[in-house]
Design a binder for this molecule. Structure first.
Ligand code: ARG
Length: 470
């Protein structure tokens, strides 16, 4: 730094910050690092350029810049984009963020036309626009991945519409269900997650640009033109709100937290099913790792890590809520803290969903182990009670009768289906020969064929619905 105050004309062309004419001393290196965002917001470079081009096009359309300026800006930006994509662009901490870095390079390349770009605009509405453009693309990718995951679950469900395993409550064998039905439960969850993302997109896809610093601008700007160019559905209706609120990002993090919560539940089951004690499935080796000390191990690292990553996404949601809660209108620098958490939440769901799409397809089902487990634990006890009800016994009495029969089986070390007709009739005289049909696993699941039931025929219908909707 020299002691001579720089001339206002070379403020932006040279090494100093864009606002530095009023400042008498430079910030320390630590403060520079502390306040800069270029280290992480440079990933918005493409959308920043896209937003600038739309803004320049609008400025030209209302005669605020000339056609020549617009064409210079377009050429300059095309070159900058190439430099960034080639990894040749020099990012400078002195220029704080992605917006100033790109603008300064533009001025270097095209001179005065570059300096005219920021007319009627502020970094406050610029950054709000960039985040929305960036997030919109992420939403589209992750919503697509959720649909892909649902299709993989449905395809596997179709293959296993008849495969029986125990359904659990309290992690105790409850009633027999089909594996297809179990998988489709997750397809439902991921379907709602996709709906949430698509709904969130409506509020993301509104244009803040034109709000300028906070109060709007005195130039006769055409915000609707910019919105059309950038593919926004609507224009933000209040300039103060447009530059300051990040509720759309919070909403995305909330939707992401729910996605991860569902992923975590599925992961927990995969881990459990893969345990040699349970042995219901095998995961493809590419999703597992060995142990450096115990040669016999094959650990389900991917689902475990996915379960663990749920925590960081929850954390980003809470961080963003906290970031926003005490802020007065309009823009405050606090908002610069919105990006890293948001980026990480988006990266985490995108990577996780990408991996799960592949992993679900590679699930190898051990139908024999599932069946063996379903045969233990009196899974058809409810069916026996329902059988008695259909013969006219009040449900509570039927429940009591079956409880006694189960107790008897426990002492004998056998299943309900192993009892002889005579023994069963000892528990209730209305029990007849046809009882053995309901005591079988197949009979039990086949009977639940209503909408939402576990019957193979219903699973096939529901899985096909998902596959056909694609
Ligand atoms: N880097 C800033 C951010 O991420 C851009 C907006 C800066 N605006 C300002 N008035 N300092 O929020």
């Amino acid at each position: 730094m020299t002691n001579t105050p720089p001339s206002p004309h070379d403020q932006f062309d040279n090494k100093s910050q864009a606002w530095s004419a009023r400042f008498s001393e430079p910030v320390s290196d630590l403060v520079k690092r502390y306040t800069a965002s270029v280290g992480f917001d440079q990933r918005m470079a493409q959308v920043d350029i896209q937003g600038s081009l739309a803004h320049a096009d609008m400025l030209a359309s209302i005669g605020l810049i000339s056609a020549q300026d617009l064409s210079d800006i377009q050429d300059g930006m095309a070159r900058i984009l190439k430099e960034i994509e080639a990894g040749e662009f020099v990012w400078s901490l002195d220029l704080e963020d992605v917006h100033l870095n790109i603008e300064r390079r533009l001025v270097q390349l095209i001179g005065d036309a570059g300096k005219r770009l920021h007319t009627g605009r502020s970094r406050n509405d610029q950054v709000a626009t960039d985040i929305r453009l960036w997030l919109r693309a992420e939403i589209d990718i992750s919503a697509g991945l959720l649909q892909a995951l649902r299709r993989k679950l449905a395809a596997l469900a179709l293959q296993h519409a008849d495969t029986i395993l125990p359904g659990f409550t309290h992690l105790q064998v409850a009633q027999p269900i089909t594996f297809g039905h179990h998988l489709l439960a997750y397809a439902e969850m991921f379907g709602r997650d996709a709906e949430r993302l698509i709904d969130c997109r409506k509020r993301v896809n509104r244009l803040p640009l034109g709000a300028a610093a906070l109060a709007g601008t005195s130039y006769p700007i055409d915000r609707e033109r910019v919105a059309r160019t950038l593919g926004f559905d609507e224009v933000c209706r209040n300039s103060l709100d447009a530059v300051s609120d990040r509720d759309f990002a919070i909403e995305f993090c909330a939707a992401s937290a729910l996605i991860m919560m569902h992923i975590s539940r599925l992961s927990e089951e995969l881990v459990l099913w893969m345990s040699p004690r349970v042995g219901f499935i095998r995961l493809a080796d590419r999703f597992c790792t060995g142990s450096s000390i115990m040669p016999q191990k094959k650990n389900p690292d991917v689902p475990e890590l996915a379960r663990g990553k749920t925590g960081r996404v929850n954390g980003h949601l809470i961080a963003l809520l906290t970031l926003m809660k005490g802020q007065p209108l309009a823009y405050n620098k606090d908002n610069q803290e919105d990006k890293e958490g948001l980026f990480d939440a988006a990266d985490t769901i995108r990577d996780t969903l990408t991996i799960f799409v592949d992993m679900v397809e590679g699930i190898e089902v051990r139908a024999d182990a599932m069946r063996a487990a379903a045969l233990q634990g009196y899974a058809t006890a409810t069916d026996l009670a329902d059988y008695l009800v259909k013969k006219g016994v009040p449900f509570r009495d039927a429940h009591e009768t079956v409880a006694l029969a189960v107790r008897h089986c426990e002492t004998q070390g056998c299943d309900l289906a192993d009892l002889s007709l005579e023994t069963l009739q000892g528990f209730h005289s209305l029990i007849e020969d046809d009882v053995f049909q309901v005591l079988t696993l197949e009979g039990s699941v086949a009977a639940r064929k209503h909408i939402g039931g576990t019957a193979p025929e219903r699973v096939r219908i529901e899985a096909q619905r998902i596959l056909d909707a694609a």
